[in-house]
Design a protein around this ligand. Structure first.
Ligand SMILES: Cc1cc2nc3c(=O)[nH]c(=O)nc-3n(C[C@H](O)[C@H](O)[C@H](O)COP(=O)(O)OP(=O)(O)OC[C@H]3O[C@@H](n4cnc5c(N)ncnc54)[C@H](O)[C@@H]3O)c2cc1C
Ligand SMILES: *[C@@H]1O[C@H](CO)[C@@H](O)[C@H](O)[C@H]1NC(C)=O
Length: 592
């Protein structure tokens, strides 16, 4: 629909004689904002594509270990950019460590320098657009009307990215390579901007009305005009959304937060939709976009769950208690599932958590032969099976290690603890996979984990050792640093570690460093071999990084999954060396 078509139907300003100059400007603002989004996505997409090629070429060039040295030195300009923008925290060190008012109340984390820069930029652009080309020398009521229309339009158009970025399956994640974690941050700030604009819109209407006809007219409209009532409902729902979503509330009662959030968002959409439908039909198309994005995301999730979990006897989960307040969940998927390192999935267990779902990193996967199906099929046909049959007869089993918290995971733990032998089975649905990363272009890979964060790193270890043995990776040096509170946490991954340590040629590449921060006695600390070493206390982050820099080969990657303070310490240690060493820093956090 062209802008003139839109405007000729009915202008938004309540002028019956057709579009005014102010309406054209309102339309321009929508287009500018749209182009800003496109440009933003475009830049990040390009960045992704370039880096995809860089990594591809690096992998190929380093497969036989010849050209590693070339990739070990950083490009000075890019290194500067990484050190001071891309990887930098807002101020000196703090980024993912929670800021605390007291030991119980944390008020969230600080965005990084680059994130802050972009968010402040977008915020200012919005403020600018709310005032752009409005002439403040006009009559009071004209100014109020123009400002009211402008802020209303800005609020509605911002709802499109707001709803798009809220979804787990939003296509922008794939296009730009920005993580869901960061998408969540952007979603929160777009939300705050939308709410402020909606409030400004309402305030401008009230100001104009009071000026013209007094407060009586305002209260009258609040009770008798459907147009005003629906608008008011929308604004109230928005303000509620703003007030109930700060970090302390969100983290304290995540499930309650999520349900109320979805409900209030639906009320807001309903209110705004109706409000536009009553008098602003030509702006309603933006709401079609909002609702379509939401519906599409939900439908896509549903289809994926059905495809993965329904049929073939469904997906079954075995839940087993482990020492150190943890559980091992092994799911046997209804359908085969190709698994990549660094991925996570959402688990549904209706018998424990009804429709709620929780994200967990996939720590291990195995292809199991379903013996029953195979013998059954062989009997029926008496013929050897073809490839397709074998694929169907195989079942993927995937394992998660889950730390006990206070909601769903607590219920699950209690149920398993009370069951015979500390284990039970139930029907589950697995939604995913999400995320995933490939580290095979780095000569040196250093994986850090604290506590349960190990679930994110184990698949990388297995994958890199296997691809080293078969010659499909540039990696020549792999170090896993795991910080745990007590040696009993080793139980969590013992069977998998045993398998990894027995893999061919693993001694040539893998080194494991275990740090036990609260050993009960020094007897518990012993190093099984020179490639698996155990130490009491905390690691010296900078000296381990420096050692890796001296002894490492080629381009390096430092990846961390664990507590916010470990991530912050590592980030600082890596940034200190970024100008002399071609190192990438990656982090995965288990909360949002
Ligand atoms: C990408 C990702 C991977 C994860 N991988 C693992 C893993 O491998 N092992 C593991 O033990 N934990 C993992 N977690 C954390 C795990 O999701 C939470 O511990 C779990 O959801 C807590 O459930 P609960 O009801 O017992 O939580 P509560 O005790 O009610 O809350 C504890 C914390 O968990 C968070 N949380 C609760 N529900 C959700 C939810 N539905 N979605 C997101 N966060 C939620 C809240 O922010 C809250 O602060 C991961 C989280 C993310 C985001
Ligand atoms: C080598 O190992 C990796 C990791 O397990 C695997 O993905 C890949 O398919 C293997 N390649 C060959 C040629 O065997």
């Amino acid at each position: 629909m062209s802008s003139t078509q839109v405007l000729s139907k009915r202008a938004g300003g309540g002028h019956d004689e057709g579009p005014t100059q102010a309406d054209f400007w309102n339309n321009d603002v929508q287009h500018f904002l749209g182009w800003i989004w496109v440009a933003f996505v475009g830049v990040f997409f390009l960045y992704q594509v370039i880096f995809h090629f860089v990594r591809y070429i690096r992998t190929i060039a380093c497969l036989n270990n010849e050209h590693q040295r070339y990739f070990a030195t950083p490009h000075s300009l890019y290194a500067w950019f990484k050190k001071h923008c891309l990887d930098a925290p807002l101020f000196r060190t703090r980024h993912h460590r929670d800021m605390k008012l007291s030991s119980a109340i944390n008020i969230g984390t600080l965005p990084s320098r680059m994130q802050t820069f972009l968010l402040v930029g977008y915020f200012s652009t919005n403020v600018g657009f709310c005032f752009w080309s409005i002439d403040f020398n006009q009559k009071y009521n004209t100014v109020a009307d123009e400002f009211r229309n402008r802020t209303g339009i800005m609020a509605v158009i911002n709802m499109i990215p707001l709803f798009l970025l809220a979804g787990r399956n939003n296509p922008i994640i794939k296009l730009t390579g920005i993580s869901f974690d960061t998408m969540n941050l952007i979603h929160r700030w777009f939300g705050r901007i939308t709410v402020l604009e909606a409030v400004a819109h309402t305030a401008a209407w009230i100001a104009g009305k009071v000026h013209k006809a007094g407060w009586i007219a305002v209260t009258k409209a609040f009770t008798s005009s459907p147009f005003i009532i629906t608008g008011l409902i929308g604004t109230c729902a928005f303000v509620f959304l703003l007030l109930h979503s700060p970090s302390p509330v969100r983290h304290a009662y995540y499930e309650v937060f999520l349900h109320m959030h979805i409900f209030a968002a639906a009320v807001a959409v309903g209110g705004v939709w109706w409000h536009l439908k009553l008098k602003m039909m030509d702006h309603l198309y933006m709401m079609y976009g909002v609702v379509a994005l939401w519906a599409f995301e939900r439908a896509y999730r549903f289809v994926r769950i059905v495809m993965r979990n329904v049929g073939n006897g469904g997906t079954q989960a075995d839940i087993e208690v482990l020492p150190g307040d943890a559980l091992r969940i092994t799911v046997r998927m209804a359908r085969p599932w190709a698994f990549r390192p660094g991925q996570h999935a959402y688990l549904y267990m209706p018998s424990i958590g009804l429709w709620t779902n929780h994200p967990f990193s996939m720590a291990w996967s195995e292809e199991e032969e379903d013996v029953n199906v195979q013998s059954m099929m062989a009997d029926e046909k008496g013929l050897p099976m073809n490839r397709q049959d074998i694929l169907e007869a195989n079942k993927t089993s995937m394992s998660f290690i889950v730390r006990r918290r206070t909601g769903f995971t607590e219920k699950l733990y209690k149920k398993a603890d009370l069951s015979a032998a500390g284990k039970f089975s139930t029907t589950a649905f697995v939604e995913g996979p999400y995320g995933g990363e490939n580290l095979s272009s780095y000569g040196t890979v250093m994986l850090w984990a604290a506590g349960i964060g190990i679930t994110h790193q184990v698949p990388h270890v297995r994958d890199l050792v296997a691809s080293y043995a078969n010659g499909t990776t540039a990696t020549r040096r792999l170090t896993l640093v795991w910080i745990i509170q007590s040696p009993e946490h080793l139980e969590w991954i013992r069977p998998w570690m045993t398998q990894i340590l027995a893999m061919p040629r693993r001694r040539e590449i893998l080194k494991v460093l275990l740090f036990v921060t609260r050993p009960r006695s020094t007897k518990e600390i012993h190093s099984p071999s020179s490639s698996v070493q155990m130490f009491p206390g905390k690691p010296n982050v900078q000296s381990l990084i420096d050692q890796e820099m001296q002894e490492g080969i080629g381009a390096a990657c430092v990846s961390v999954c664990g507590t916010g303070s470990l991530a912050d310490d590592l980030r600082r240690a890596v940034r200190n060396r970024e100008t002399d060493w071609n190192v990438d820093f990656r982090e995965e956090s288990f909360s949002w």
